[in-house]
Design a protein around this ligand. Structure first.
Ligand code: B16
Ligand code: MG
Length: 230
């Protein structure tokens, strides 16, 4: 049996913390007289906290001193953490646990590749931390998605070549990062948004055991890439 590296994004893939980021950013933005839409919010998914605030300020045509910028990032995170503190296993997205258990049963390598600095505490809250062999999060990277750094570090920690890794992502930036890393990119979410992915599923209920087995045995190749090493 081949061993592959399966790298999961967190927010929007394992748990729907994207909705909490949206609520916290919107409240923060509104407090400085800026508003943004759910369509604009797509651009905040998967990108770092710093970049998120930069974008919100761009949308509102605002400039801030560095101190104010840091203060607002802190306020947003404090608000976000009030949502996180109430999380439990019931917030794991449908069939995530089923897929993780299939991968564990098949002795595949599993990592987390998230931009969030809160990733470990969220995984602990929903009781999934022990399923991951490696965690790469916002504390470990210097370049945010769409830079491939987060996934390349994940592959390295798993000791699996990037072309033998598979990324599950809900964000455009994350799919681009996986593609640049030469990994199989699997979009979880809306196909209109995630059309750059090799494969797209609405959620994990659509991902069959056979699909996973075919990836492991190299029967499924990336659609958007020229070749993959077996
Ligand atoms: P934090 P992911 C990302 O997580 C979110 O999608 C993105 O909206 C957020 O700005 C980023 O984490 C940073 O999160 O403020 O908790 O450090 O999707 O890469 O798991
Ligand atoms: Mg995400």
């Amino acid at each position: 049996m081949h061993k592959k590296g399966f790298i999961f994004d967190l927010d929007g893939v394992i748990v729907d913390t994207a909705k909490y980021h949206f609520l916290a950013w919107k409240k923060l933005a509104n407090s400085i007289g800026v508003d943004f839409s759910e369509v604009q919010n797509e651009q905040l998914k998967g990108v770092s906290r710093v970049r998120s605030l930069e974008k919100i300020l761009e949308w509102g045509n605002k400039t801030l001193s560095e101190d104010e910028f840091m203060k607002l990032m802190g306020l947003k995170n404090d608000d976000y953490l009030t949502y996180i503190n109430n999380m439990d296993e019931s917030e794991i997205l449908p069939d995530v646990t089923r897929i993780l258990n299939i991968l564990i049963e098949k002795k595949q390598a599993i990592a987390l590749g998230s931009a969030s600095k809160n990733a470990t505490s969220i995984l602990r809250k929903v009781n999934l931390l022990s399923k991951f062999e490696a965690i790469v999060d916002g504390n470990d990277v210097s370049k945010a998605k769409p830079d491939p750094e987060v996934f390349l570090i994940g592959a390295k920690l798993l000791n699996i070549m990037p072309e033998n890794c598979i990324v599950f992502e809900d964000s455009v930036a994350g799919i681009q990062a996986a593609n640049t890393a030469n990994m199989i990119s699997i979009g979880i979410g809306d196909e209109k948004v995630l059309h750059e992915a090799d494969y797209i599923f609405k959620d994990f209920t659509e991902v069959s055991q056979v699909f996973i087995e075919h990836i492991i045995s190299n029967k499924i190749q990336p659609k958007n890439k020229i070749s993959i090493n077996n």
